[in-house]
Design a protein around this ligand. Structure first.
Ligand SMILES: Nc1ncnc2c1ncn2[C@@H]1O[C@H](COP(=O)(O)OP(=O)(O)OP(=O)(O)O)[C@@H](O)[C@H]1O
Length: 314
């Protein structure tokens, strides 16, 4: 038999003119898109735009009132919902969380916790996990049964900015190692778009779609999120090659540490980014009189705030 290493890109789910009608109105209507194996599709849109509703139609939690949703036979879905009803007064360990709804073998639990980097937390109480650790535990639970399709509704909620980047890296690694399809839902525009193959921008209907670059340039997207939102993506397409340490020195990508950054250095790491969500991002760079980064500190674009100059590095 002919062997091929080409990735399997067969379609897992497709929605065609799908709509859901509840309480006298269409929550979403005319939704068309598909998810293939190995593909990361992201639904973005403002609060209430129908992202979760669309995801639930895609995986069969709800049936569309018009249009069609087709899934491959026997599709295995790993779903991390936006909200989880956990009784936080009851002690619950991470490994118990993994088996709450269905049994798993010990080695499957271990492998999933290992893959998400929290094997050392197997006996930890879920109540005591940080936001990022909790999201990893939910991810571990979703991947443990080796799904064909992973659906993650707001997977970075409660996670700080550096944690967001790490989680999206992890999600990409899971896709690369398992070849599953991934449907991400986010109302953030931050890292999620840059880490995605296909973006579907929703607002009760599909406003625009395509690669992150194409969506961030589209007038519909800019009307929904503001023209500056597109610049967010540019930031994440940059290579962040140095980090400002707490003591003011600079750690470079090659591991060297210098007192200053250099005029020809690339963009800064995310340290110090404001936590603001769903808006244009600014890279905050605290300039000193001789920080040596090469920016014009006297210009209005690089001064402002208390002692910190805010510099859009995009
Ligand atoms: N079963 C339901 N019956 C009536 N309305 C509903 C139902 N489920 C959701 N809605 C409404 O449909 C709209 C879309 O909800 P949905 O949860 O899909 O939005 P979303 O884009 O995921 O929002 P968010 O970013 O806030 O999570 C909202 O106005 C919501 O109140």
């Amino acid at each position: 038999m002919l062997q091929t290493n080409a990735p399997d890109r067969s379609t897992l789910v497709s929605l065609s003119a799908a709509g859901l009608y509840r309480k006298g109105r269409w929550l979403v209507r005319g939704v068309d898109f598909s998810i293939s194996r190995g593909e990361i599709v992201t639904l973005i849109g403002p609060n209430g735009s129908g992202k979760s509703t669309t995801a639930k139609m895609a995986i069969g939690v709800t049936r569309p009132d018009e249009g069609q949703v087709n899934r491959i036979a026997g599709l295995k879905v790993g779903y991390v919902p936006q909200k989880l009803s956990i009784d936080w007064t009851m002690p619950l360990t991470v490994d118990r969380l993994m088996t709450l709804t269905a049994p798993l073998r010990g080695r499957e639990i271990d492998a999933a916790l290992e893959a998400t980097g929290i094997r050392h937390l197997a006996r930890a109480e879920v109540q005591h996990l940080s936001g990022g650790e909790f999201q990893r535990a939910l991810l571990a639970r979703a991947i443990a049964r080796k799904p064909d399709l992973l659906v993650l509704d707001e997977p970075v909620q409660g996670v700080d900015f550096a944690g967001e980047i790490a989680l999206y890296d992890l999600i990409k690694t899971i896709r690369n190692s398992t070849g599953c399809g991934i449907l991400l839902i986010s109302h953030d525009l931050h890292v999620v778009m840059a880490e995605t193959d296909t973006v579907i921008c929703l607002n009760g209907h599909v406003c625009c779609r395509g690669t992150p670059e194409a969506v961030s340039r589209s007038p519909e997207y800019q009307r929904l999120f503001g023209a500056r939102a597109g610049q967010t993506l540019a930031i994440y397409n940059h290579h962040h090659d140095h980090t400002h340490l707490a003591d003011g020195r600079v750690l470079h990508a090659d591991g060297s540490v210098t007192d200053h950054c250099h005029p020809d250095d690339g963009h800064h790491h995310e340290d110090g980014l404001p936590v603001g969500r769903a808006g244009p991002m600014r890279i905050v760079h605290t300039h000193g009189p001789d920080c040596g980064c090469g920016a014009d500190h006297s210009s209005p674009a690089t001064t402002g705030g208390d002692n910190a100059a805010e510099n859009r590095d995009a």
